[in-house]
Design a protein around this ligand. Sequence first.
Ligand code: ADP
Ligand code: MG
Length: 640
Amino acid sequence: MIQSQSYQYRYGSEPLHGIAKSLNLPIQFEYVQEICIFEQLIKLVQISEKLDNYSKYFTNSFNQLEQLKPFYQTISSSFNQGVDKKNEICEHCNHIQNFIIHNQFKYLEHDKLLSVSDMLLVELLEIVSNMYPNILYNNYQILYQYIARVLSNNVLQNYYFNVDFMMKDFSPNIKNVQNILKGIISTNLSTFHDFAQCQGILYRYKEDGKQFPDNCPVSLFPLYINYDIINDLKKKTILQQKVVAKMGMDFEWYTSILGRLAKHDEFIRRMISIQGKVEKSQTKCPYTICIVRNDFLHHASLNQWMQVEYNCIAISFGFISDRVQKYHSLLFDSYYKQIRENYKLQVKQDLNHDIMVDALHKAYELYNNKNAIVLIITAEFEGNVYDQRYIEKGLAKLGILSKRTTFLKLIGNITSENGILRAFGQEIALVYFRTGYTFDQYENEECWNIREMIELSKALKCPSLNTQLVNFKKLQQILLDETQIQKFLNKDEAKLISENYCKIWGFDHEDQHEKLIEMIKQNPHDYVLKPQREGGGNNYYDDQIIPELQKLTPEQRTEFIVMERIKPIPRIGFMMRRGQLDIQAVISEISVIGYFINDGEKILVNEVGGYLVRTKRYLDNEGGVAAGYAVVDSFMVSDS
Ligand code: ADP
Ligand code: MG
């Protein structure tokens, strides 16, 4: 198709040359000539009512090219006749050659391309996607990757954010906001950096053997979301917590699923072995307390927030998230006043991140001994120390003391007699784990013994091992089975919660492996391969998936799940890491935080109330604030 339409490049590129010359733009002409997207742009013009000015802008250049006149006339007349634009988009998307875009990618990778057509395409895509997000997304996803690359390219960004750059007449409103924002943020960056620190948005860094605080990676402008969506995700999270609580009470059921994985996985094996002893123990604590975080990403083609995973241990950034919410509120009331007035948006104030303190407080009370303390077990080095300290501070405000420690420091300093747990001589009411979710976090046999001692004691644990066991991703797959989820929820509840579940496949039956591998081979970008691990950085994406699967024996594959890839539409994000501004195409993951307490038979408390928004670069697969990809964000909602 490309070859037969070669003339389009020639004629297409000429107007661009003209514009580029007259505006004195530093364009590499050979690229413009070679990869003219102009023809595509014109088609996009057809579908945008807002682009009247745009077509006029190019009229003169076109008129000089007699051959293109009929083409242009068709466009104008379809404009005037109000032809069904949705169909045109579909048709257009089906016909445009991905090939051209792929070529653009090549140049972008070399950071060289600086063509007018890049800018125009980005501009147009934004307009079109504001009008018909799903249609364009469903038919032409590659364009989103394209826009993300342009936005993530420092050189191109300078042009993108320059309103005077030929887009003046037809830039949609949102573009102006982005420009205003960029101006405000760039001018006030050092102030914003200091403000973030004043607000407590802090992280501990370690460099050259020295430890020091600086700002926790943070977004400088929140995600806009309809509050109904948040309410919906809250409802779903309450249900998810109910499922987790009930799964955790059914030792036989979950070991029947995890047992097979335990054959290869020492971590699971050890955990099941300790829990087996707990189940038989007479002195164990009857209560289970668990703080849960339920993560969602927006799947654009379904227009639905889909569950990424639920987490039952070491939920982090709850407090930093609360700080960020307040920080954004402050910026909105002051530096972003102009934008707030335009958009009638506000940062939602009714969020309650004290939910984590509430949870630990309630658990503490159940132990019923005011002289006992809370034991917080962390990693040896904790970057996210302030997030943890806020919890400690929240408990201190209630008169409850905590002791921070690590598994290694507990060696020789912890005892259990008749189920009474003591650490450093003090009775422990509640053990709160901010570590202990990967095998290497138990550095030696003594660390495992300590975990066992804690689990067998009368102290409450957040989370106790049974809940940690049902956190494995394999169970997420199992819950897709109607009969399984209906063990824990009634039919209506099961239906409701499943709306947000992605398709997940397991390698349970060897005779189905080939079929599954073939399915992934056809389109590796549509899947994520996940092992039974927590903490980020463990998944396989795109072209990594098949080689990884081929390395494994059929039995080893059973430890993995394959998950449908959730594909959000990018937006522009303003991220600040240690005072440095990073403007990128980004996507946001929303998490709802809640907790439950049960007494081994019934659920006593099941509440949600906190949120976390993590925003990461669109072009990166993994998230992770600590890893330097994601930043802590918040959301804003409309006034009306
Ligand atoms: P972990 O337990 O390591 O946090 P996750 O399942 O949360 O594992 O995956 C880590 C990150 O990878 C997520 O935060 C998300 O950004 C990305 N991710 C995971 N699953 C998907 C998916 N199905 N589609 C798109 N991105 C995903
Ligand atoms: Mg995760």
